[in-house]
Design a protein around this ligand. Structure first.
Ligand code: G3P
Length: 219
């Protein structure tokens, strides 16, 4: 399973990259705004800076909502760096644009997926990734993990190569459950990824090993 980090914060991207487990980055306009990145030129430069840190898979989201504009913006984003994956919203013009961009060999990530039918449409259009938002479904008492499971079943039924990129991850347990269900990728903030490290028995076990080593060395 691939690990992407869901942030536009360069320090956090570097920290995850240094850990040696990072396969990519996803951003969205809200995450860019959170880092204070505004204005087209600054946004484009920020994508370039992210591409300098990671090996591949940098999702850059269009802010256009019509077919022609999404295509134009998507081609401009893709031209920034071969690592860019153009992130397109699940709307009618977005699906048409995914079909066009994938036909041109540009990788796409269809975002804001909340139902199996939306994922199926995006896969048929040739999306490289679909991004089901499981945390936001959980937030409104819907079963986000069930969506991941349903999309996995549909894609396996027909052999779609579109990868399931489980997004809106809130906890380490979300990541583990996505792995159990066969999501191809998770994109997560840094904290749930680092949360995977933690177990109290690891901490007490290590403390005991080191204490025993110290005691034996003093004998
Ligand atoms: O980047 C898309 C998605 O991961 C957003 O997550 O936490 O805003 O629901 P969140």
């Amino acid at each position: 399973m691939k690990f992407f980090i869901d942030t536009a914060n360069l320090d956090q991207i570097r920290e995850a990259q240094d850990l040696g487990v990072l396969d990519g980055v996803t951003t969205n306009p809200s995450l860019m705004a959170k880092e204070g990145i505004t204005g087209t030129e600054n946004v484009l430069n920020h994508y370039k800076a992210i591409c300098e840190i990671v090996e591949d898979n940098v999702s850059a989201e269009v802010i256009s909502t019509t077919y022609e504009e999404i295509i134009k913006e998507g081609e401009e984003l893709a031209a920034l760096n071969p690592k860019i994956v153009v992130k397109v919203p699940m709307i009618k013009d977005g699906v048409k644009a995914i079909k066009y961009l994938s036909g041109k060999g540009i990788r796409t990530n269809c975002t804001l997926i909340f139902s199996p039918g939306q994922a199926l449409l995006a896969a048929k259009a040739g999306a490289s990734y679909v991004s089901p938002f499981l945390g936001r479904l959980d937030d409104i008492s819907h079963d986000g993990l069930q969506l991941i499971e349903d999309i996995r079943t549909i894609f396996d039924n027909f052999g779609y190569e579109t990868q399931i990129l489980a997004a809106s991850i809130r906890s380490p347990l979300h990541i583990v459950n996505c792995a159990k269900l066969g999501a191809d990728v998770i994109t997560s903030p840094l904290a749930p990824i680092l949360g995977l490290l933690k177990h109290p028995l690891t901490d007490t076990g290590l403390a005991q090993f080191l204490a025993d080593h110290e005691k034996a060395a003093k004998k």
